[in-house]
Design a protein around this ligand. Structure first.
Ligand code: N01
Length: 554
């Protein structure tokens, strides 16, 4: 009998792969690794699965991609059996879906919850990663797969007096699980991005008084959400294989029925008719009205002016309407928002809009906040101030490279990757929807499956050929970064001070982070690289690995 009163020696659990994150990326990645017969563990900071949809529980949280498209395509059984209640699903329904998948595939037994990875190091003698967590666990794995999400590091700006407020504060990206009742309260919301635009109508309906602090107005299109009809779901389910393939072959991974002609090639009357049609059908597919809205400023101006006109029609007070009408960036170059009665909310007597562009927030005070112009008192403040997008979750971990640097140091001037999947000097570390991949510019489910499938096929290929180590070469990484910049510069996107550009974080380098060449083009490039024996990657066979070679010689 072992003496259980003695402290156990420190144990290092061994796996073929460790995955960080149990959102939709991590869950599917675990499933694929199991199918390959690999041992794998997910380490997840939350107490359950769902990633973004686990944390973002603010009132009104909802996906702006139709649920028939924002869902896994890898299992015919799953896509046939699952019933979505609405066209655009609300957060609780998407989380239910993530839970259903985790249960159906029995994934939880390989997930360690409530644990954050703090540090990872690659051992060049064994070609294995060592992984440490905030709970003191140690793991070793041949491969490290970052399924950390693009918008998972909630961020509150460093306002003076930030912690002095005596009332309640909330961040949309880390909302209390039990919900919040704002009935009778004076509430301040800071920010007017996608999260705020969804939350504001809901909070306004509850609160006694709501003040919205807006720095940059955003373009938003009505979602036209509604219940899922059986016939609509049936149409999709009957044609799923073909429709999923069609989505994968588009720029954004969404079937948007794009018009393949310029906004400037039609008469003003025809253009208006097309915009009216898109406005009436709703959602992000508004941007597919013409094929040059993200490339040509003059074309973009026609769409932007149409939406500004709609805002002026909806909002009764002309001064408020003017403040809400975006003029500082081309439409679509900050993530376009999708709403349910957002602009209408400003017609309510209990809602007021404060411009903090001209008079910024100076300070959070014990009773509310102070701008350069006035002081406000609140019972609760909601920070809808976004995320350290795309890089934040990765650079928060001390990931040590083989050249002695860390990922954070490597990315000081902006993220650098090959295909958004790997980085030079970080062998055997993959990223799902990393910077340099289409990720946030696409239907995330399509991009997640693309990346997870590519990574899984790559791992099988390496194993079949006895390759122990794969690493992006410096040259391939440099070329991919240049290509990404070149493609982005052909669009209007770099004109906006957006989180795509890192512009929402003071001191963050201004680099366009996602790949805008299109999901379809990206897929072709990734496939060609794999077909060419993983061109641009340096491969090292197991027999050339020092420790393996030493063992073989014994
Ligand atoms: O965050 P954001 P989000 N003083 O960064 C303002 C996805 N998403 O959580 O624009 C005053 O967009 C900031 O102002 P400015 C989607 O991809 C999807 O809303 O930087 N204001 C901005 O208004 C989305 O794009 C869905 O000038 C300050 C706001 O805070 C992404 O998540 C739903 C400030 C932050 O907006 C992020 O959206 C929700 C300051 N110091 C989210 N600092 C759907 O699927 C920041 N702000 C529908």
């Amino acid at each position: 009998m072992p003496d259980t009163t003695m402290p156990r020696p420190e144990m290092t659990a061994q796996f073929d792969a460790v995955i960080i994150g149990a959102g939709f990326s991590g869950l599917y990645q675990l499933h694929r690794l199991r199918l390959l017969g690999m041992s794998a563990k997910i380490i997840e900071a939350g107490s359950d699965v769902g990633g973004t949809w686990y944390w973002n529980r603010y009132p009104g949280a909802r996906c702006d991609v139709e649920s028939m498209q924002y869902s896994y395509a890898f299992s015919e059984e799953l896509q046939q059996e699952w019933q979505w209640p609405e066209l655009f699903s609300a957060q609780p329904d998407i989380l239910k879906y993530a839970n259903h998948v985790a249960g159906k595939l029995d994934l939880r037994r390989d997930i360690l919850f409530d644990t954050r990875v703090t540090e990872t190091r690659f051992d060049e003698t064994t070609n294995r990663w060592s992984i440490r967590t905030d709970a003191g666990d140690r793991f070793e794995a041949g491969f490290l797969i970052m399924a950390t999400g693009c918008l998972s590091t909630a961020r509150v700006p460093d306002f003076k007096g930030r912690d002095s407020f005596k009332g309640k504060t909330y961040h949309t990206g880390a909302w209390p699980h039990e919900g919040v009742d704002f009935t009778g309260q004076r509430v301040g919301v800071i920010g007017t991005g996608s999260s705020a635009i969804q939350a504001i109508p809901m909070i306004a309906a509850q609160a006694a008084d709501l003040t919205v602090f807006q720095r940059t107005p955003n373009f938003s299109i009505p979602s036209r959400n509604g219940p899922m009809t059986e016939s609509y779901a049936r149409q999709w389910k009957d044609e799923y294989a073909a429709l999923r393939a069609e989505a994968r072959d588009t720029r954004n991974g969404i079937i948007a029925y794009p018009n393949d002609f310029s906004a400037l090639s039609v008469s003003p009357e025809e253009r208006r008719r097309i915009y009216e049609e898109r406005w009436a059908s709703g959602g992000t597919t508004f941007m597919a009205a013409f094929n040059d809205l993200i490339f040509n400023q003059e074309a973009n101006d026609t769409a932007a002016e149409f939406v500004r006109g709609k805002i002026r029609e909806i909002v009764k007070d002309p001064a408020t309407a003017e403040l809400l009408a975006p003029k500082d960036h081309p439409i679509g170059t900050k993530r376009i928002c999708v709403d349910t009665r957002y602009f209408e909310t400003y017609n309510r007597p209990n809602v007021r809009l404060v411009d903090v562009r001209l008079a910024p927030i100076d300070e959070i005070t014990p009773s509310g906040l102070r701008t350069a112009n006035a002081e406000y008192e609140f019972d609760a403040i909601v920070f809808a101030t976004g995320f350290d997008a795309m890089t934040g979750a990765l650079t928060a971990i001390d990931i040590h490279a083989t050249d002695g640097s860390t990922l954070k140091q490597k990315w000081e001037d902006g993220p650098r990757t090959y295909l958004g999947l790997m980085c030079a000097h970080f062998p055997n570390m993959f990223m799902v929807t990393g910077p340099g991949s289409p990720s946030v510019l696409s239907n995330m489910h399509v991009s997640i499956e693309q990346d997870v499938n590519w990574i899984s096929d790559c791992l099988a290929w390496l194993r079949d050929r006895g390759v122990a180590r794969i690493e992006a070469t410096q040259e391939s990484e440099d070329n991919w970064v240049l290509h990404g910049i070149e493609v982005a510069n052909k669009t209007l996107y770099p004109k906006a001070a957006s989180w795509y550009m890192g512009a929402n974080i003071e001191g963050k380098p201004r680099v366009f982070m996602p790949y805008i060449g299109g999901v379809n083009t990206y897929r072709e490039k990734c496939a060609a690289i794999a077909t060419n024996g993983y061109a641009g990657f340096r491969l090292t066979s197991a027999s050339a690995t020092p420790s393996v070679a030493a063992r073989a010689a014994e």
